[in-house]
Design a binder for this molecule. Structure first.
Ligand code: ADP
Length: 733
């Protein structure tokens, strides 16, 4: 075995075995020197590791493991080439350091490769200690791997304490093996130098590797973080340029190059004020470069924000950039050492903004050129926008109106109405079309407008205000009013004509009778006939007097003081007396006259003479328009603070065509009968006028051929004299 070993390594190792007997001290010293040489070799190789690691970093993990394995293996074999033979075929060297470190720092694959290489070398060295040597290699590789696995799983670095333990193991295992295979004497002889050198070498080697790994990790983390930042900066759509204190470009991201349309070389070769940048102000004038954001930030040390600059390109097109500049300071310095310029391409935004401005100006011109009032209000009723015409009416500028409410600029009454309309629009969320309203004209005059208010909805659907438009319809209203007045005037003329015709007819009949009677009176000598004619004349004069009286009554009622003096009037007594007065006439016509008076009817406040006149007309009509043998009934009652007087007859009734008109002046449904009854067509209009002046109303229902019922309703306490009550008519059958 030994011969074979010597054949392979004939002069490469120093054999101190022969000298063993001479002096243990010399042997120990030589072994120590040999081991120190091993350790020095190991430590010097750490430097080579340091050079190799960065270039290996980007390779696949398995490749790295193989390379490390081969390196550790080569190192181990190199150590084994200069061993110290401590017994026949027993060699001592620093290999235990290598194999332990290969396992602990490299892991399974490097440990495996190292083990194979070193075991092969040991086998080739031969000798009696070969098996033991290989066994020690395998044990230490396994221990190293176990330590590696433990730390790798937890993602932690090997601690110094672990390193000490490992070094103890790396020292103990070869010595114990030596003891077992070479005997106690050889082991004890080797122990002192081995213990003195190997643990120290192992700790030093491990420590250097740890430091190196730590440093590599930091460098790697730094590089990764730099790459991350770099990719973030490159991925930004914003351009980023870093200039040093002299204004020279230090770095620029991809967006900066793309937006400015330059290469990195061009960027770095151009100074800030290089005319090739073609920088212009927003108004198109050349930009004073000492005011460039980067220059200002470097000069003042203050960040610059939101400057818009134009970069004129070779073709003449301009790229508009929104620029910011942030100075960078080193700790404790007040002068910036660099500046980071960031910019965004706002060319499209700017052109969109410009078209928006144009559109806005166009719309503004449009709304200002209309005489209609156009305005927008927010949800609290404050003007957000107003056109010229609208603002002009309240004597402020359109801008000054913004922020004000209707109450700030319109008279209280108008503003309250506008406010109510606003609320109705916004609360309902529905547009309100063509509200006829009064507002101010530009001369401070009042004018009538048709206003449309449309609610404004926010993105979330909530009502956030309204748009209002008002169109002046004063002139249109005036024309409408005039045409209405014209129609009314025509109607008046028509009524007057009819009245004159009716009057002349009404007066002509009695006058003709008077004429004839006077003629007959002159001719006749018979006293009886003369008396008859005189009686006829008297009756006709009486009829004419009645006609004139009713005309005067009507006229008086038209001109009556709106607040006549009212006194308590006992309605039941009045009705009873009027019916009594009619008894003679009723008897003549064989009418049944009945009264049904409610004794709870209280006195009402009123004008007794007028009320009596009104009731008289209605009662007289009932008698007049009821044929012989008919019945007339009068009832009184109380209902909700009102006294009701119902006059019911079984007379001829009133047709549905006539019914709506019977309260009109001079309207006579049955001309012939009315004339017979001496009716002027004024009775019911006088009655209605009086009842309305007392705050009451009159209702009629009638069935032609069966009879009519007139119901008068009078308030117990007179309320209003100008009460606008309209007679209500009902036709039955
Ligand atoms: P006139 O003096 O002609 O009676 P009024 O104004 O009192 O005028 O009445 C208007 C018309 O209403 C009468 O001409 C008559 O045709 C109709 N009229 C009024 N009262 C009655 C009634 N009780 N029955 C039928 N017709 C009536």
């Amino acid at each position: 075995m030994r011969g074979r070993a010597l054949r392979y390594f004939p002069s490469s190792f120093s054999s101190i075995y022969a000298l063993r007997v001479e002096s243990n001290r010399v042997f120990s010293l030589q072994l120590a020197v040999s081991l120190v040489k091993n350790v020095s070799l190991i430590l010097s190789l750490v430097f080579i590791f340091g050079l190799l690691v960065p270039s290996l970093r980007h390779r696949r993990a398995s490749t790295q493991a193989v390379i490390y394995g081969v390196l550790y293996g080569l190192l181990g074999v190199m150590l084994m080439l200069s061993p110290t033979e401590v017994g026949p075929g027993f060699f001592v060297d620093g290999r235990s350091i290598i194999i332990t470190i290969a396992g602990a720092f490299g892991g399974l694959i490097p440990a495996l490769i190292t083990t194979v290489m070193m075991s092969t070398a040991r086998w080739l060295l031969g000798g009696e200690g070969a098996i033991g040597g290989i066994g020690a290699i395998v044990i230490l590789a396994s221990v190293g791997c176990a330590v590696h696995l433990y730390h790798h799983r937890r993602g932690i670095l090997i601690a110094r304490r672990t390193l000490v333990i490992l070094s103890a193991v790396a020292t103990a295992v070869p010595l114990i093996t030596l003891w077992i295979v070479a005997g106690r004497e050889v082991a004890l002889m080797s122990a002192v130098p081995y213990l003195a050198v190997v643990p120290l070498g192992m700790i030093l080697f491990g420590y250097l590797l740890l430091r190196q790994k730590h440093q590599f990790d930091i460098e790697e983390a730094l590089q990764e973080s730099e790459e991350r930042y770099r990719s973030v900066v490159d991925a930004m759509t914003e351009g980023v340029i870093v200039r040093n204190a002299a204004g020279v470009v230090q770095a620029a991201n991809l967006s900066a190059l793309r937006v400015l349309d330059v290469s990195m070389e061009e960027m770095q070769s151009r100074a800030v004020d290089d005319p090739r940048w073609g920088i212009i102000c927003e108004d198109g004038s050349p930009f004073p470069m000492d005011h460039a954001p980067s220059m200002t930030a470097l000069r003042t040390g203050k960040p610059q924000f939101g400057q818009v600059l134009g970069f004129q390109k070779a073709g003449g097109s301009v790229t508009w950039l929104l620029m910011n500049a942030q100075p960078l300071f080193k700790a404790g310095n007040t002068q910036p050492y660099a500046v980071v310029v960031t910019f965004t391409d706002v060319t499209e935004l700017k052109s969109a903004h410009q078209s928006l401005i144009q559109e806005r100006d166009l719309l503004r011109t449009l709304i200002d050129s209309t005489p209609d009032y156009i305005f927008i209000k927010d949800s609290s009723g404050r003007f957000i926008l107003s056109n010229e015409a609208h603002a002009h009416a309240v004597h402020v500028s359109a801008d000054a109106l913004v922020g004000k409410t209707a109450f700030d600029v319109f008279p209280e009454g108008l503003a309250a109405q506008f406010h109510a309309d606003d609320l109705a629009t916004m609360q309902s969320g529905e547009p309100q079309f063509n509200l006829e309203r009064t507002t101010l004209g530009d001369q401070g005059n009042l004018k009538t407008v048709l206003t449309t208010k449309v609610p404004l909805h926010g993105r979330d659907g909530r009502v956030i205000g309204l748009v209002g438009m008002s169109r002046d319809i004063t002139d249109r209203k005036l024309v409408e009013q005039q045409s209405l007045e014209l129609v009314a005037e025509r109607e008046r003329v028509h009524v007057l004509r009819r009245f004159l015709a009716d009057m002349s007819h009404d007066f002509r009949t009695p006058l003709a009778v008077v004429n004839t009677s006077l003629y007959l009176l002159q001719k006749s000598t018979d006293p009886q006939r003369q008396a008859d004619q005189i009686e006829k004349i008297e009756s006709q004069v009486q009829r004419m007097e009645q006609l004139l009286g009713e005309l005067l009554d009507m006229d008086r009622l038209d001109r009556e003081n709106p607040e006549p003096v009212f006194v308590p009037v006992a309605i039941n007594t009045m009705v009873a007396e009027l019916v009594r007065n009619l008894e003679a006439a009723a008897e003549e016509n064989h009418h049944t006259l009945a009264i049904d008076l409610n004794h709870e009817v209280p006195p009402i406040m009123g004008n007794a003479a007028q009320l009596q006149q009104a009731l008289e007309h209605i009662l007289q009509n009932a008698v007049d328009y009821t044929p012989t043998g008919g019945a007339v009934t009068v009832r009184t009652s109380v209902q909700h603070n009102h006294v009701l007087i119902a006059v019911e007859d079984t007379g001829i009734g009133i047709g549905p065509d006539d019914l709506p008109h019977i309260f009109e002046r001079f309207y006579r449904a049955d001309q012939a009968r009315s004339a017979d009854s001496g009716g002027s067509g004024l009775g019911l209009s006088i009655a209605r006028k009086v009842i309305e002046a007392h705050g009451g109303d009159i209702v009629v229902s009638s069935t032609p051929g069966k009879g009519s019922v007139f119901v008068i309703r009078l308030p117990i306490q007179a309320t209003s004299t100008d009460h606008d009550t309209t007679a209500v008519v009902r036709s039955v059958g």
